[in-house]
Write a protein that binds this ligand. Structure first.
Ligand SMILES: NC(=O)c1ccc[n+]([C@@H]2O[C@H](COP(=O)([O-])OP(=O)(O)OC[C@H]3O[C@@H](n4cnc5c(N)ncnc54)[C@H](O)[C@@H]3O)[C@@H](O)[C@H]2O)c1
Ligand SMILES: [Zn+2]
Ligand SMILES: [Zn+2]
Length: 371
């Protein structure tokens, strides 16, 4: 079948709308009509060349929602009409990581970010030439053929466009605070960078019982939204945030700092480490350029103050259970999602959507596909 999609042909490069050929589902696969896709900064990292792609051209987009329109062989439990949220790391349920509560690190995810399948086959092509699917997904396409391991079923009565956020931004941000930063009642937490990820770290920290949640972003609109959704303070830089954290902790510093800056650098991480107390946790969720490595933090400072720098992939979430938990919180009005969608775009407007992200206009922009 044919599908319209945003293709990245070179990096750095722009998204180009093209009509592609899509193969139907094989064994263990689903054909999904994509309803909506979030414009996550990670896709933009591909476009800017921050993260290398092994196989260009690629259709990116990994934060998606849709409806199953066809099921392949051996897809027990799946039916046409099922509503799904995508999982940007597939989960096999059997490897060491899946079977010990770390689905986000599933071994089958190793190659998928780069758009390859284990057997090297592809489902998308253009004039017979292969096109890869970021994370085995490609939610910047109207239709996608994906593994059942990359899909999580959700109840049919949820608004599917908004639900796309539960594929990345919500579990990543929420889990970065709740799981990775181990926020506890009474904690003081700094969230650095209030985009689609950071706003959910704010919500997660507040929900986990933090009494002081300090949002840091240079953009005023982001700070206002953070204050609406759980932050107790919102400032423009880390120096101010560190002062506030110390003022609430007898000079000790924040219990944790969650870094969700769009282009995260070693300097941002050093600021986070500086802001936390003894034995505090600095969570690295944001991604930077592959080229810019190195964190200017004194090893002795880490040792003597027993601080922890903790990377976090998808907020250490187990999407097969956490997606349902988050949709329930949403239905109970305890997790705000509608408020996170600043603007809806057509697929053709994807470059404008990313320009708006860089200009600080959106908490999250989403593409709503037309079929
Ligand atoms: N670890 C994961 O599993 C995972 C998953 C998804 C996204 N990410 C990464 O998380 C990061 C955030 O993604 P997003 O979609 O929310 O991006 P975004 O661009 O929507 O938001 C980033 C925010 O950081 C702010 N910012 C920039 N410089 C800052 C600074 N010095 N101090 C404080 N704030 C600053 C920007 O104003 C913006 O509001 C990206 O690097 C993305 O690739 C990681
Ligand atoms: Zn993402
Ligand atoms: Zn696994």
């Amino acid at each position: 079948m044919k599908t319209r999609a945003a293709v990245l042909r070179k990096a750095p490069g722009e998204w180009e709308i093209a009509e592609l050929d899509l193969d139907g589902p094989r064994q263990g696969e689903l054909l999904v009509r994509v309803v909506a896709s979030g414009l996550c900064h990670s896709d933009d990292h591909l476009a800017k060349g921050d993260m290398g792609m092994r196989l260009l051209p690629v259709v990116a987009g990994h934060e998606g929602s849709g409806v199953v329109e066809e099921v392949g062989r051996d897809t027990p439990g799946w039916s046409v009409g099922d509503h799904v949220v995508t999982s940007f790391v597939p989960s096999c349920g059997r490897c060491r990581w899946c079977s010990s509560g770390m689905q986000n690190l599933c071994d089958t995810g190793a190659g998928t970010l780069w758009g390859t399948r284990d057997d090297g086959s592809v489902r998308l092509s253009e004039h017979g030439r292969p096109i890869s699917q970021m994370s085995g997904l490609g939610t910047f396409s109207q239709w996608m053929t994906i593994s059942t391991l990359s899909a999580v079923k959700i109840p049919g009565d949820l608004p599917l466009d908004v639900m796309c956020l539960v594929g990345c931004g919500v579990p990543t941000g929420w889990g970065s605070a709740v799981n990775s930063a181990q926020v506890r009642p009474g904690h003081t937490v700094i969230v650095m960078g209030i985009g689609g990820i950071g706003i959910n770290a704010v919500q997660g920290a507040a929900h986990a019982g933090a009494t002081t949640v300090i949002a840091v972003d240079p953009v005023e609109m982001k700070r206002e939204v953070a204050l609406d959704l759980g932050a107790t303070h919102a400032v423009g830089d880390m120096a101010a945030a560190t002062d506030i954290a110390r003022s609430f902790t007898n000079g000790q510093g924040a219990d944790s700092c969650v870094i969700c800056v769009g282009i995260t650098t070693g300097e941002h991480i050093a600021q986070g480490v500086e802001a936390i107390r003894k034995a505090g946790i600095c969570v690295i969720t944001g991604i930077g350029s592959d080229e810019r490595t190195g964190i200017p933090v004194s090893p002795t400072h880490l040792t003597l103050f027993q601080k922890r720098i903790q990377g976090s992939l998808c907020g250490e979430s187990n999407l097969n259970t956490d997606v349902l938990l988050m949709t329930q919180l949403y239905q109970q009005g305890k997790l705000h999602l509608d408020e996170l969608v600043t603007r809806r775009y057509r697929l053709e407007e994807i470059n404008e959507g990313y320009a708006d992200m860089h200009a600080g206009k959106n908490i999250r922009g989403i593409i709503v596909h037309q079929h």
